[in-house]
Design a protein around this ligand. Structure first.
Ligand code: HEC
Length: 114
C-alpha cells in the first residue's frame, strides 16, 4: 500500500499534491465558518429577542460590563443556567434548541462580549 501511494505521488507530481492540500484547507475553513454562521443564526432566531435590548434585565449582546462577571463563571455554568432558565429567562432560553446548540450560541454570545 505504501509503495502504491508513493508511486501515485510520483506520477501526479508535486503540483497536484499542492492543490490537494489547498482543497483540504478550503474544506476546513468552510466547516469552521459554517459553525460560526449557525450560532449567529440560532442567536438571531430566539435569543436576540431579549439579549439585543436587555429585556427583563438580560445581559445585552456585546455589553462587556454586563457579561464579564458571567463569563468568569465559565461556559459550562452559563450553559447550565440557560438550560434550567433564570429570572426572566425561560428554560432553554425559550428555544427548541439542543444542549449542543445552546452551547454554540453561548460561546458566540460570550465571544462577542470579550
Ligand atoms: C425572554 C427573554 C430571554 C430570552 C429569549 C433569552 N434570554 Fe438569556 N437571559 C435573559 C435574562 C433576563 C437573563 C438574566 C438572568 C439573571 O441573571 O437573572 C439572561 C441570562 C443569560 C445568560 C447568562 C446566564 C448566567 O449564568 O449568568 C446566558 C448565557 C443567556 N442568557 C443565554 C441565552 C441564550 C443562548 C438564549 C437563546 C437560546 C437566551 N439567553 C434567550 C433573558 C432571555
Amino acid at each position: 500500500m505504501y509503495l502504491r501511494v508513493t508511486e501515485i505521488n510520483r506520477v501526479i507530481g508535486s503540483g497536484m499534491k499542492k492543490s490537494i492540500n489547498i482543497l483540504a484547507l478550503v474544506v476546513l475553513i468552510t466547516v469552521s465558518t459554517t459553525a460560526f454562521a449557525d450560532a449567529k443564526a440560532l442567536y438571531k432566531d430566539v435569543c436576540y429577542a431579549c439579549h439585543d435590548n436587555s429585556v427583563s434585565g438580560a445581559p445585552k449582546f456585546k455589553d462587556k460590563a454586563a457579561w464579564a462577571p458571567r463569563i468568569a463563571k465559565g461556559i459550562d455554568a452559563l450553559v447550565r443556567t440557560v438550560i434550567t432558565g433564570k429570572g426572566g429567562m425561560p428554560p432553554m432560553g425559550g428555544s427548541p434548541f439542543t444542549e449542543a446548540q445552546i452551547r454554540e450560541v453561548v460561546i458566540y454570545m460570550t465571544n462577542a462580549a470579550k
